[in-house]
Design a binder for this molecule. Structure first.
Ligand SMILES: Cc1ncc(COP(=O)(O)O)c(C=O)c1O
Length: 449
């Protein structure tokens, strides 16, 4: 029997070798591990005892901070009462009440909720619902799906097919679902550098949808999927009027509009969902992450009542939709979500995120003249800076700034040439300003070139 790995400040590569880590430079990491031992509130404690501010709410998923008492106790109670219950042909009451509660939270009280365990599963589920919906209504030719460049929709086969990050796609070309087109992404530094909130330029980029739909004919197009704000790819903020135009084109052609709100759902943009913050109503919404503060994996799809009703035909003893996961509506995940929503209500956390957004905006735009910085952008309680790449070494500069920021007491997120911040909603104004100051010190410490 092998000895279990010990989380130790000077853990060796051998200790860490068995876990093939996701989206990680495994060899570099295991040579210089960055291990987290515990989390409390807005801070993580690293192996060795150093506390760092959690500048990205985990991975955009812990708005309440870590181990909030209400959620911890709810999960503890639940595991002692009902640890698992099958959700195929059986159900437990709290999952039904959670579905109703999430629909109400989203301001879509008639919607139905399909529970899954992750954002990737939520995306693949939404795509399946969209294609199946057209089929059950007798429009079986509507199968094509339109995604967008730079989009991140998780790592399922559906998600990478509609996603637009080349590195996530290039190894898997033969596995992609057929019949997918991509809208252009909306980030153009020459037009929108240093935008505060939504850029004024770029609504016309939505007209590409009209061109793609005309090419295939609307009768072959099932759905368009976009993140209201592209988070993982670096806080790409939709131009004013852009999402409205997508909605209008979809409606005109009978195409479903899916918002992937795995990051923007549950308050990140200062409203319950990004759809509310940006004033556009999609037909389906995917969510995950913050729904239960990421305490136990949970995701889902909000589906408009009309879509659900279209499936509710045929003999009542037959399954209407052949899809689902063993852990859909898992009791622990559901208990954590109820407690998270209790905390959202008790502490007014959506309003708090909205109130903190201008503090983050003001602070982050104060970095625009710092070394390396080529762009600053923000929306809601999310912000990013781009740094000038090291010649011939893409993605190295952001990593250097990230590492230096960690020494300065800030855990940020780096991808490509971007560093992102999305603080927990429980953070104070001073903590947010402090996080940006840590980033400033890191930028100044990293050598030019
Ligand atoms: C918009 C979006 N969709 C889907 C996902 C995938 O979620 P998961 O990692 O839970 O599968 C993410 C993850 O960051 C995301 O940002």
């Amino acid at each position: 029997m092998s000895t279990p790995a010990r989380l130790h400040p000077d853990a060796t590569a051998t200790d860490l070798s068995a876990w093939w880590m996701p989206f990680t430079h495994n060899r570099l990491f295991k040579g210089q591990p960055r291990l987290i031992e515990s989390g409390r509130g807005a801070y993580y404690t690293l192996a060795g005892g150093r506390r760092v501010f959690d500048g990205l709410s985990g991975l955009w998923c812990s708005p309440l901070g870590h181990s909030p008492q209400r959620v911890v106790e709810a999960v503890q109670r639940q595991v002692a009462t009902l640890d698992f219950s099958p959700s195929f042909q059986m159900g437990h009451p709290a999952a039904f009440s959670l579905a109703a509660r999430i629909a109400a939270f989203a301001g879509r009280p008639d919607d139905k909720v399909f529970f899954v365990n992750s954002g990737s599963e939520a995306v693949d589920t939404a795509l399946k619902i969209a294609v199946a919906y057209h089929r059950v209504r007798g429009e079986a030719s509507r199968t094509r799906i339109i995604g967008r460049e730079r989009a991140y929709h998780g790592v399922g086969m559906g998600g990478i097919s509609v996603g637009g990050i080349p590195a996530n796609r290039k190894m898997f070309a033969p596995l992609m679902i057929p019949g997918v087109d991509h809208l252009p992404h909306t980030w153009d530094p020459s037009r929108m550098r240093h935008s505060r909130g939504q850029p004024a330029w770029g609504a016309h980029l939505a007209d590409e949808l009209e061109r793609i739909v005309a090419l295939h004919d609307p009768s072959n197009v099932a759905a368009v999927i976009v993140e209201p704000m592209q988070g993982s790819t670096g806080v790409i903020v939709p131009p004013k009027g852009y999402l409205e135009r997508l909605r209008e084109i979809c409606t005109r052609h009978g195409i479903l509009l899916i918002f992937d709100e795995v990051i923007t759902g549950f308050g990140r943009l200062g409203a319950p969902f990004g759809a509310d913050a940006l004033g556009v109503r999609p037909d389906l919404i995917t969510f995950a992450k913050a729904v239960n503060n990421a305490t136990v994996p949970l995701g889902g799809v909000l589906v408009s009542d009309a879509l659900y009703e279209a499936f509710m035909t045929g003999p009542e003893h037959l399954i209407e939709f052949f899809h689902g996961y063993t852990y859909s509506g898992h009791p622990l995940a559901v208990a954590a979500a109820h407690a998270t929503l209790d905390e959202f209500e008790a502490s007014g956390l959506v309003a708090r995120a909205r109130a903190l957004a201008p503090v983050l905006e003001e602070a982050i735009h104060g970095l625009r003249d710092e070394p390396h910085v080529t762009d600053v952008r923000n929306l809601g309680l999310a912000a990013a800076i781009d740094v000038a790449p090291v010649a011939g070494k893409p993605a190295l500069k952001a990593f250097q700034v990230f590492e230096r920021a960690l020494e300065e007491g800030l855990l940020a997120r780096f991808t490509g040439e971007t560093l992102a911040l999305a603080p927990p909603f429980i953070a104070t104004e001073d903590e947010i300003r402090g996080a940006v100051e840590a980033l400033r010190r890191a930028l100044r410490a990293v050598p030019q070139g």
